[in-house]
Design a protein around this ligand. Structure first.
Ligand SMILES: CC(C)(COP(=O)(O)OP(=O)(O)OC[C@H]1O[C@@H](n2cnc3c(N)ncnc32)[C@H](O)[C@@H]1OP(=O)(O)O)[C@@H](O)C(=O)NCCC(=O)NCCS
Length: 181
């Protein structure tokens, strides 16, 4: 695989590789926000050191060309507002799964939809994936909506599949196949 986290420029956004010094904005804008973390299903960052360590690890991972992990920045202000990542891939079956987060201050402005749209277009263009999947908690209205707006199809409900903050949650599974782009 020759291509990895290629810079992607969209109408309002620049998607690029993380740099080590992005940790402060990531912590401030989404990693320390419980509403983002709980909806996404990862532990909220209580200390900035956790974010710093994670970003350093991600930057190191770019040595591996088959990593797809973008920080989402606003074209106009350069502000870092979120991330979008291939969280798993199965190259034999030509399938990958995406995950994404947008900081709460930037919700409902179309940025999540725009990031997903351009990332799936890029991933399909590589000709290594025929199916892209995504999963969200069944009560995550915004995430369901951004997938529907990008022509993903709901495939099923995985009942009581995860426990978040002692609460059982069901997962909705979505996918898009290349021909549906
Ligand atoms: C999911 C997420 C990425 C969406 O990003 P975003 O930039 O706000 O998305 P957009 O603005 O492109 O679209 C959001 C859509 O959800 C709709 N929406 C949001 N909250 C809603 C609610 N409570 N009821 C009805 N619709 C709602 C918006 O109206 C919009 O749809 P529309 O364009 O048809 O009006 C963002 O909310 C997020 O990061 N949440 C926390 C982390 C997370 O859930 N990650 C995904 C894990 S699967």
């Amino acid at each position: 695989m020759k291509n990895g986290t290629k810079r992607i420029i969209t109408d309002n956004l620049i998607l690029r590789k993380f740099k080590e010094d992005d940790y402060q904005e990531m912590y401030d804008n989404w990693a320390s926000n419980a509403n983002v973390a709980n909806n996404a299903g990862w532990p909220v960052h209580k200390k900035i050191e956790s974010t710093k360590k994670l970003v350093k690890m991600w930057v190191d991972e770019y040595k591996n060309e088959n990593v797809f992990n973008w920080i989402i920045t606003l074209k106009d202000s350069n502000k870092a507002i979120g991330s979008i990542t291939v969280v798993s891939k199965d190259l034999n079956n030509r399938v990958c799964e995406i995950g994404y987060n947008i900081g709460e201050d930037f919700w409902n402005k179309g940025y999540g939809t725009e990031a997903i749209k351009n990332v799936i277009k890029y991933l399909f263009s590589l000709n290594i994936f025929d199916v892209i999947t995504a999963a969200c908690f069944d009560d995550n209205i915004a995430s369901k909506r951004v997938l529907e707006k990008n022509n993903f199809t709901k495939e099923g409900l995985l009942r009581n599949r995860v426990i978040i903050n002692s609460q059982k949650k069901s997962l909705l599974q979505f996918s898009i196949v290349k021909e549906e782009l």
